[in-house]
Design a protein around this ligand. Sequence first.
Ligand SMILES: CC(C)(COP(=O)(O)OP(=O)(O)OC[C@H]1O[C@@H](n2cnc3c(N)ncnc32)[C@H](O)[C@@H]1OP(=O)(O)O)[C@@H](O)C(=O)NCCC(=O)NCCS
Length: 255
Amino acid sequence: MGNPIKATWPISNCLTPLEKGCVHIWSFHTSKPSREVESLSTLLHPNEINRAMRMRSLEVREQAIVGRAVLRIFLAGYLGCDPKEVAFEHTGMGKPVLANRKGLFFNLSHSHGLGLIALSSCAEVGVDIEKIRHIENSLFLAERFFSPWESQTLSRQNTGEMQSVFFQAWTRKEAFLKANGHGLGFGLDRVEVSLGRNETPRIRFVDGCPKEAERWTLLHLEPGMGFMGAAAFQGPGNIRSLTWHWDGKENPRMK
Ligand SMILES: CC(C)(COP(=O)(O)OP(=O)(O)OC[C@H]1O[C@@H](n2cnc3c(N)ncnc32)[C@H](O)[C@@H]1OP(=O)(O)O)[C@@H](O)C(=O)NCCC(=O)NCCS
C-alpha cells in the first residue's frame, strides 16, 4: 500500500485527539543545553536513567534521556496524565509499549540531534530517522544486508544520490522492523522496499510475499535538512506531521 503524501512539518504545540485511522508524527530536537537535559531527566524512571548512563558517549546519553522524556511528555499529553505516570513495559523483542495498552501505539527514533515520535490509536507503528552521511562501503553493506533487487537499484544510482538512497532503504526497512516489533533481529533482507526519489514509498515484499506487503503503509519522511526518515503501519492512515519546539516551559497540550 503506497502513500504519496508529502509530509510537511509545521511548528505546533497543540495535540489533537488521535482519531481512529490517524497517525501523528512529531519531530523534535534532541540536542539541548545541559540544564534542560537535567530538567528533562527528572521525568524519567530510575531504570531509564541507568540505561542511558551506560551509553558510550555524552551525546548518545543525552539523546536517550531527551528522547525518553519527550516520549513521556507526548504520551502523557494524549493520555491526559503526568509524564512521570506513563508506565512502559517491553515486548520480548525489546519494543517499548504502554503497560496498560490503552489503545495508544507509538514508536521513537533519534539520530544526530533530531528525533521522531509516531503515534497511532489503532495499529502498531514504526518510525526511523537517520542523518544522511557518507558511508564508505555502502554498496558492500547493501549486498550483505539488503535484498538483491535493492542492492542492484542502489548500485545504479549516481554518486550524488547514492547515500540518500542508501538511507532511504535503511530507514524504510527499519521502520517496518520497528512496527512489527522484531527490530534488526528479523533480518533486513526479509523486507524489500521501493527505492528512488520518484518511486511511491511502499513495501514490495515481506519474505517474498507481495500480499503481506500490501497490508502496510510506508511513509517517506524528510523531517530536517540532511535527514531521511520513514514510518510504517498497517492499513491506510490519515497522517499529520508536526514539529515541536520545546521552550522549557510549556508542554504540548490537547486542543
Ligand atoms: C530497535 C532498533 C531497530 C533501534 O535501532 P536504532 O537505529 O539504533 O535506534 P532508533 O533511534 O531508531 O530507535 C531507538 C528506539 O526504538 C525503540 N525500540 C527499541 N527496541 C525496539 C523494537 N524491538 N521494536 C521497535 N522499537 C524498538 C525504543 O523506543 C528505542 O529508544 P529508547 O530505548 O530510547 O526508548 C535496534 O536497536 C534493534 O533491532 N534492537 C532489537 C534487538 C535486536 O534485534 N538486536 C539484533 C541486532 S542484529
